[in-house]
Design a protein around this ligand. Structure first.
Ligand code: PEP
Ligand code: MN
Length: 337
């Protein structure tokens, strides 16, 4: 539940409520707004008396949170969360464009792509170094060496980087080199990994599990928040349906639904969402029109030679066109391009 303090409640009143919550055996999460403080009581709240909390000094009202996700819920925090990655603000009015290759393959491929996406208007560079592949015989990524190349690309271009950790063991190396940690679709419910990124306090790009409901997705985000990391960005990347013409079915419903249910930023990945490069631009336009805060797009200078996901990768010139095109949609739906 959330405890809304009176406007201008004194610091010792806030501390009194926090102490009371802790004596009851629960955790308290403070959210200090411009005008008032909101305190979240986290844990199984069935045995807590509303009335006794309402009588505490400085408390205005107590609101139950009906969703199983609490910290992620808009009831807990009505205003949008903006996740900062360096200077970049994800979840603000301006769209955020993340682009780069599925996998880091070589220095030449990465730097060529990094400069091209920067030129086209990307705000951040993506690139997988640890790749979770369906086949044990497929390219597994360059590992630490790939992350070093990403760090070099950041030095050269100034673009912050995001890369995936596929296990608690690979997380320290991702944390050493990248600005944001990606948790991929296959690991959305890897609770040991969610716990570890929760404690790492680095911004996280959490992708929806390909077989997960929106509620399960939000509960995965809640895991990270509940371990003290509030810098979580959600990413809809398509789910598995009976349709096989496309690699996945991008769940456009999830975009406005997430924006209603949670204050966390929501990005869309039209590359994995479709699996076909020629669908990436139209689906991106739909995602922005539906309210996404930005996109993460796979780009490769020579998609036919890509070691992973070539069929869904855009050539740099097509990515440049996509950026222009979605910025026009952004303006049409009253947000900054
Ligand atoms: C990726 O971004 O390259 C990736 C593997 O994504 P997902 O986890 O959504 O499949
Ligand atoms: Mn990929």
């Amino acid at each position: 539940m959330i405890i809304v303090m009176r406007m201008g409640a004194a610091q010792d009143e806030v501390e009194g409520v926090v102490r009371h919550i802790q004596t009851l055996g629960y955790r308290a999460h403070l959210s200090q707004g411009e005008e008032r403080t909101i305190i979240g009581l986290i844990g199984d709240e069935r045995h807590v008396s509303h009335e006794s909390l309402e009588m505490l000094s400085g408390v205005e009202r107590v609101i139950p949170i009906l969703h199983p996700f609490k910290l992620a819920s808009r009831d807990f925090k009505p205003e949008n969360t903006v996740v900062e990655v360096g200077e970049l603000r994800i979840g603000d009015r301006r769209l955020v464009m993340i682009a780069g290759p599925c996998s880091v393959e070589s220095r030449q491929q990465l730097l060529e792509t990094a400069w091209a996406v920067k030129e086209a208007g990307a705000d951040m560079l993506r690139g997988g170094a640890y790749k979770p592949r369906t086949s044990p015989y497929a390219f597994p990524g360059l590992g630490e060496e790939g992350l070093e190349l990403l760090a070099e690309a950041r030095e050269a271009t100034g673009l912050p980087i995001v890369s995936e950790a596929i296990s608690p063991e690979t997380l320290p190396s991702v944390l050493r080199h990248s600005d944001m940690v990606q948790i991929g679709t296959r690991n959305m419910a890897n609770y040991a990994l969610l716990h570890a990124v929760g404690e790492a306090k680095r911004p996280v790009l959490l992708k929806r599990g390909l077989m997960s409901t929106m509620e399960e997705f939000l509960m995965a985000g809640e895991y990270i928040l509940s371990h003290g990391n509030y810098k979580v960005v959600l990413c809809e990347r398509g789910i598995r349906t009976f349709e096989t013409y496309t690699r996945n079915t991008l769940d456009i419903n999830a975009v406005p639904t997430m924006k209603q249910l949670t204050h966390l930023p929501v990005l869309v990945d039209p590359s994995h969402g479709t699996g076909r490069w020629e669908l990436v631009e139209p689906v991106s336009r739909a995602a922005i029109a539906a309210g996404a805060d930005g996109l993460i797009v796979e780009v490769h200078p020579r998609p036919a030679e890509a070691l992973s996901d070539g069929a869904q990768s855009l050539k740099p010139e097509n990515f440049a066109r996509l950026v222009q095109s979605v910025r026009r949609i952004a303006e049409a739906v009253d947000r900054a391009g």
